[in-house]
Design a protein around this ligand. Structure first.
Ligand code: URA
Length: 237
């Protein structure tokens, strides 16, 4: 059970005071009956309407976002726009948080979830969830760099675990990199360590999930049940 005003405020329909006023005016029904007491305890799964329209009261949601360049991956930031601004406010209200972080200039697959335990597990280095990136670099790559990545790279404060570097056909400046850690700026630092600068970085895959090609940069959708099960399966105890 949850207080009705708290639930509506969590769903980002207004401040506690504002939703309290809505409720007192009789604009809200719960399981078919008008409720005018903001403090009323209601079941979390209750059918609630506002001005006659049913509300989506799901408190658990999981999102796949095609992150565009230029936004911070953070729940909030005082100065700069974040990925949360691409989603309706309800997602921040219910605590739907990015899983890990992509740099401001990195594009591609970003997951967000309200499930803190799932979030934590997806990032835990011991779980070895693969992340696949497409990197564009400033100078051609050779088999030597692929071997260095495969051996595990010394990065000063830590040693990156062996990673797969596949150089794509063409001028040798584009490569697919698979890592299962996620240290700060890890991919950029790995390339830096072999004398290359990353010019573009795009995440194609996170564990079992590939970025939906239907999603343009800035677009998002909720995960399907199958995708969520695949994610849970990938990190099950
Ligand atoms: N590695 C990086 O260097 N940056 C990212 O955004 C993701 C992985």
């Amino acid at each position: 059970m949850i207080r009705l005003d708290r639930l509506l405020a969590t769903l980002a329909l207004g401040s506690r005071t504002e939703v309290g006023a809505m409720i007192r005016r009789g604009r809200v029904t719960v399981d078919g009956g008008a409720v005018r007491d903001p403090g009323k305890q209601v079941p979390e799964m209750a059918a609630i309407t506002l001005d006659g329209a049913p509300l989506d009261t799901r408190l658990e949601r999981h999102v796949m976002l095609h992150k565009p360049a230029g936004l911070l991956t953070a729940a909030r930031d005082k100065k700069q726009p974040t990925v949360m601004e691409l989603l309706p406010p309800v997602y921040a209200g219910i605590g739907c948080m990015p899983v890990g972080r992509l740099d401001k200039d990195t594009t591609g697959l970003l997951l967000l979830t309200t499930d803190g335990e799932l979030n934590h597990r997806l990032l835990a280095p011991g779980r070895h969830v693969d992340k696949v990136y497409l990197a564009g670099v400033d100078a051609p790559l050779t088999a030597r760099e692929a071997e260095t990545f495969a051996a595990g790279l010394e990065l000063g404060d830590f040693t990156a675990a062996p990673a797969l570097l596949e150089i794509l056909p063409g001028d040798g400046r584009t490569a697919r990199v698979t890592i299962h850690e996620g240290k700060f700026h890890q991919v950029k630092r790995m390339f830096e360590a072999v004398g290359r600068t990353v010019l573009t970085l795009h995440r194609e895959r996170f564990g079992p999930l590939a970025l939906d090609p239907e999603l343009e940069p800035g677009q998002w959708r909720e995960l399907t049940d199958e995708e969520l099960s695949a994610l849970r399966e990938a990190v099950k105890a």
